[in-house]
Write a protein that binds this ligand. Sequence first.
Ligand SMILES: Nc1ncnc2c1ncn2[C@@H]1O[C@H](COP(=O)(O)OP(=O)(O)OP(=O)(O)O)[C@@H](O)[C@H]1O
Length: 631
Amino acid sequence: MYPLKQSSSNYNSSLLLRPDLKEINIPPWKKSWKPSSTKSTRCILQTPESVPLMNNNKSAPVVQETEKFREKSKMKRRDCAANSTALTPIGFLERAAVVYGNCTSVIYKEKAYTWSETHARCVRLASSMVSLGIKKGDVVSVVAPNIPAMCELHFAVPMAGAILNNVNLRLDAKAISNLLQHSESKLVFVDYQSSSAVLEAVSLFPANLRPPILVLITEDNEDDYQINGSADHYQMIYEKLVEKGDTGFKWIRPDSEWEPITLNYTSGTTSSPKGVLHSHRSAFMIAMHSLLHWSVPEQPVYLWTLPMFHANGWSYAWGMAAVGAVNVCLRRVDGPSICEALRKHKITHMCGAPVVLNMITNYLGGKPLDRPVQIMTAGAPPPAAVLGVAEKLGFIVSHGYGLTETGGLVVTCAWKREWNNLPAPERAQLKARQGVASIGFTEANVVEPETGASVERDGTTVGEIVLKGGAVMLGYLKDPEGTSRCMKDDGWFYTGDVGVMHPDGYIEVKDRSKDIIICGGENLSSVEVEAVLYSHPAVNEAAVVARPDTFWGETPCAFVSLKQNVNDKPTEKEMREFCKARIPLYMVPRMVVFLEELPKTSTGKIQKFLLRDMAKALNTKTHVDESDKLH
Ligand SMILES: Nc1ncnc2c1ncn2[C@@H]1O[C@H](COP(=O)(O)OP(=O)(O)OP(=O)(O)O)[C@@H](O)[C@H]1O
């Protein structure tokens, strides 16, 4: 009903309206919606240690009370070495080496390791990093796909006391260079296929900046080392670093669980990537509750389709060690490779953005799986239609919600037994909701951003999704302003996502605030229109964005890719008719543009900002029909 939008400028939605529409009765908080988590790329050094106290405005009285209790109960000490060892997920590996020592830890092509081998390799790697001069708090970057080295470096880098920075594989040389400079990375592990991009990235460093040490990850043999005659640029190859490490090395435990363990840059779906710092504590917590909420049993066979560089594979890069999983690594993620791996390795669990789920089900083309596979989907709204098809084929789908800033999934669509008896479309609708805060997290809510008041639990009143809990980041690297814009003094982390609270306490994401379309004063959820488009049998992928319109301010414009082998390709008119039969007329896309493929980020998110640019550039007049008469 009301303008509700966030953008990097102080967006005033009324500017988009016709003068006569300004009379619409808009509550003040909605009129002046200001971005809570606008992206900033300013570099101001901020010590992570200072961040945890930032929102703790109520801590003083609590501390006094605790002190009083201590005196009364004659407890001399509050904490001691026995009860305050820093929480860290690195301990999962030590335990795995004991419990699952002889069991397979990682499989890649013809190679396989056991958990005791993986543990020993990580210890040696960590000691070699220290020998190379890596010190506590240094940033060590990795540019690699889901290969065994990625699994190992999630442990080995923090074991050397350093901060792990996974670099998005699809970035170009300039972006990689910016990121390595911004993070002040001291050492970079480079997969041989990314060698030329990284070497170019380093060549772009200013002359006064010391380039990082480079280590090359080769695949099968040392020939890869000689790629493009680039050997001189590398200090060493990965396997040699493992070999020469000290097996007796005592890994460097964090002195405090608040010490950073990772620096993850966001996907860059809506703006430039931001450097998100997470502590050992938050990594430990997110890994634990991510296993719990997915009911992951001991020794699952886990297929790595979700990039580990994306929020540490939603924390499962560590979590899989806690349950002694077999990590099946895949360099390429496409329908045939995934389906072949599912069969060959008898996969029990995997994660993937809805786009991956869609890709697999399309590839299977209606042929059910040999055995059920648990899949956790998140990262973008999963259309109910996609969930329905996946379940029919034998996937047991779980749905979670989170951000790089929360280290993984902190809201999950906790499934109730009584829902099992509902008809399939109803089940899919329920599962498409993002859900409730997970057990290890504290709270999730939907609020009016101006007042911080909870919105009505009616499933229709929109507000901003806010989160609170131990897995929330320490802050953005060198960006205290950006940090305090989203981690507010009221003690909440503001996500920038727009959602509703259902009467049963489950949250549903309606859009990113930037993606909300305001058509003649009406807020229109692109996600709802996309859900309808996805239910068309010929549609492979769909995205709906705002197209500027002099009359309405904005109108919905749909971009659609069709399934392969569709004989009867629908026309634009037919697609619009299909929508008209299912959603209110004002939501019907005025244009439907067919593309071979929709542009996506490396983590499988549709890049709506590119589509918005395309929509803006479209010349054709929008359809003027009964959907316009509505206004
Ligand atoms: N289950 C889900 N349903 C709907 N949206 C989701 C879900 N899970 C995650 N998201 C979306 O993904 C966002 C988090 O993505 P991520 O941290 O990877 O970076 P990004 O937001 O895509 O990148 P950038 O912040 O640079 O634009 C959330 O804010 C939300 O919009």
